[in-house]
Design a protein. Structure first.
Length: 225
């Protein structure tokens, strides 16, 4: 049996392109979806997108305004769901176990980055229980130590209210996404070379929290200090 292909093309697949057009209309009306600073993402080349995790909508919300595909890492149990599993595989989502990060998953992610693609990660490991950014798990740092990639922080606000845990229907709540200033690859490499992975983890979480805060204030200016 041929090995499953993991590296996505450098352009959007037809199925995602059509879905993107549809969701831009639906989310634009139902969620009043807005995003800013997406120009901070690279036009080409690999990178690691790191975001807070508020709902199942998050990968769609992050990819919605972009002209590049993203290969997200998602828990392997989702691949066992009928219809959803084949769709995830077709759109190059990388399965990863919550119990232990498999070498296969990390090899796939590293191969994506080295081939000039974007990999998306939610370091909280699961959806937030209250909409706030939870403590980051350090597993994704293994990718950064083995690649020459920048970190692109992203913050999402409103998705928790639009599709909270246990909800079966999408609530009409406004959603905002903010793409933050990247942490350059040279900076990432310097942290790793000095054995300062904990500091890099803290910096990454700080940047994501800042993006999420900006998105929340964009939704509700009264939250501004």
């Amino acid at each position: 049996m041929a090995e499953e292909k993991r590296v996505p093309p450098h352009r959007r697949m037809l199925i995602w392109l059509v879905l993107q057009w549809i969701l831009q209309v639906i989310f634009g009306i139902w969620l009043r979806y807005r995003a800013r600073h997406e120009e901070r993402l690279p036009a080409q080349g690999g990178g690691v997108l790191v975001s807070n995790h508020q709902s199942f909508l998050d990968p769609l919300l992050i990819g919605l305004p972009l002209s590049r595909p993203i290969s997200f890492m998602a828990r392997d149990s989702l691949f066992r769901i009928p219809l959803l599993g084949p769709f995830l595989r077709y759109t190059y989502v990388i399965p990863i176990s919550r119990r232990s990060a498999s070498s296969t998953s990390f090899r796939a992610a590293i191969e994506n980055i080295e081939n000039g693609n974007l990999v998306g990660i939610f370091p909280e490991g699961t959806r937030s229980e209250d909409g706030e950014v939870q403590r980051f798990k350090p597993g994704f740092l293994a990718l950064l130590k083995r690649t020459d990639a920048a970190i692109y922080p992203i913050g999402i606000a409103g998705a928790y209210q639009a599709l909270p845990r246990g909800a079966w229907f999408l609530h009409p709540r406004a959603v905002r996404v903010v793409y933050g200033e990247p942490i350059p690859a040279a900076t990432v490499k310097d942290y790793c070379a000095r054995g300062a992975e904990k500091d890099l983890l803290a910096l990454t979480q700080e940047r994501v929290i800042a993006c999420q805060r900006e998105a929340a204030v964009w939704l509700d200016p009264e939250l501004q200090d």
